[in-house]
Design a protein around this ligand. Structure first.
Ligand code: 3HC
Length: 284
C-alpha cells in the first residue's frame, strides 16, 4: 500500500519533528492539536526548525515554503479521515492514548489505513485493542530531534499483521530515508530500556552530590564520546517525558533502576521540564 497522506496527532516536541520529517519527504501532512493556541505553537516549531535548516543551507527558501504548504494544522480529529497513515504523538499518558485510538480508529475511512503510536513505553497491543483495527496498529518510535536522528524503532504487537509491518518498514526506509530496527512490545523497547536507566542514574548521581551537572555531562562527553551528557540530554528530551517513561517501565518490570528519583519528581512538579520550559538541569 502506498502512503501519501499522513496525519500526526500532537504537535509538541516529537509531533512537530515527525511532521517536519513527513512534509520534507513530500507527503501531504495533517497535524491535529487540542487547541488553536497549541496548533499555532506547533506551526511555530515546524517553521523555526525549517528556518534553521534553510539558514544552514540544507534546504532552500522555496523548499521551506513548499514544505509548510504541505502541512495543515487543525484542532479537528475528523481531518484525519482520509489519511493512509496516522502517527499519534500525544503526551505519554495511557488514558489519553487509549481515548485517541478509540476515536481515530473509527474516524479513519480507508480499510488499509495504518494507525501508529510514537509511544516509547505504553503497550501497543492495548492501543490496537481499543482501535477496532488491531491488525493495522503498531508502534513507530522516532528519536529527538526527529529531523536529525536516523533511527526509528518499529514495534509490531501480538495482533499487528505482517502486511502492516512490511508497509511501515518500506515507508520508514524508502519514503523517510531513515533506518528501522524491530523491537518487541515491551515498555522501553530497545533504546529506552538502555537509555532511561542511564539518565535516571545520572539524575540520582547529581541528587546525591557526586559532582556538578556540568561535570557529570563533561564526564560522558569527553570520557565516552557521547554527543551530549545525560543531564543535557534529559533536558532535551523533557523531564516530564523521562519521568512518564520511567514510571511505565517500572510498572512493567518492577526494576528499581527504572523508578524516577525524588529530584526528578520535584523538578517536574515545579515546572522545570528542561529545554522546552526554559529551565531544567540548565537554564536556556
Ligand atoms: N531540529 C532540527 N535539526 C537540528 C536540531 C533540531 N532540534 N538540533 C540540531 N539539529 C541539526 C543541526 O541543524 C545540525 O545540522 P547540520 O550539521 O547538517 O548543519 C546538526 O543537527 C548538528 O547540530 P548542532 O551543530 O547545532 O549541534 P550538535 O552538533 O551539538 O548536535 C544534536 C545536536 C543533534 C542534538 C546532538 O547533540 C545529538 O545527537 N544529541 C543526542 C540526541 C539523542 O540522544 N537523542 C535521542 C533522545 S531519546 C528519544 O528521543 C527517545 C524518547 O522516547 C525519549
Amino acid at each position: 500500500m502506498s502512503i501519501e497522506k499522513v496525519g500526526v496527532i500532537g504537535g509538541g516536541l516529537m509531533g512537530s519533528g515527525i511532521t517536519e520529517v513527513s512534509a520534507r519527504a513530500g507527503l501531504d501532512t495533517v497535524v491535529v492539536e487540542v487547541t488553536e493556541e497549541a496548533a499555532k505553537a506547533a506551526e511555530g516549531r515546524v517553521r523555526a526548525s525549517l528556518e534553521r535548516a534553510a539558514s544552514r543551507g540544507k534546504i532552500t527558501e522555496a523548499d521551506l515554503d513548499e514544505t509548510l504548504g504541505r502541512i495543515e494544522f487543525t484542532t479537528d480529529l475528523a481531518a484525519l479521515a482520509d489519511r493512509d497513515l496516522v502517527v499519534e504523538a500525544a503526551s505519554e499518558n495511557e488514558d489519553v492514548k487509549l481515548e485517541l485510538f478509540k476515536k481515530v480508529g473509527s474516524i479513519l475511512t480507508k480499510d488499509t489505513a495504518i494507525l501508529t503510536s510514537n509511544t516509547s513505553s505504553i503497550p501497543i497491543v492495548k492501543l490496537g485493542a481499543v482501535s477496532g483495527r488491531a491488525t493495522n496498529v503498531m508502534g513507530v518510535h522516532f528519536f529527538n530531534p526527529a529531523p536529525v536522528m536516523q533511527l526509528v524503532e518499529l514495534i509490531p504487537s501480538l495482533t499487528t499483521s505482517p502486511e502492516t509491518m512490511a508497509s511501515m518498514q518500506s515507508f520508514v526506509t524508502d519514503t523517510l530515508g531513515k533506518q528501522p530496527i524491530e523491537a518487541t512490545d515491551r515498555a522501553g523497547f530497545v533504546v529506552n530500556s538502555l537509555l532511561v536507566p542511564y539518565l535516571l542514574s545520572a539524575i540520582r548521581m547529581y541528587e546525591a552530590g557526586y559532582a556538578s551537572a556540568a561535570d557529570i555531562d563533561r564526564g560522558m562527553v569527553l570520557g565516552c564520546g557521547h554527543p551530549m551528557g545525560p543531564l543535557a540530554l534529559s533536558d532535551l528530551i523533557g523531564l516530564d517525558t523521562i519521568r512518564a517513561i520511567g514510571i511505565s517501565m517500572y510498572e512493567e518490570f518492577k526494576e528499581p533502576l527504572y523508578s524516577p528519583p525524588p529530584l526528578l519528581d520535584r523538578m517536574v512538579d515545579a515546572g522545570l521540564l528542561g529545554k522546552k520550559s526554559g529551565h531544567g538541569f540548565y537554564a536556556y
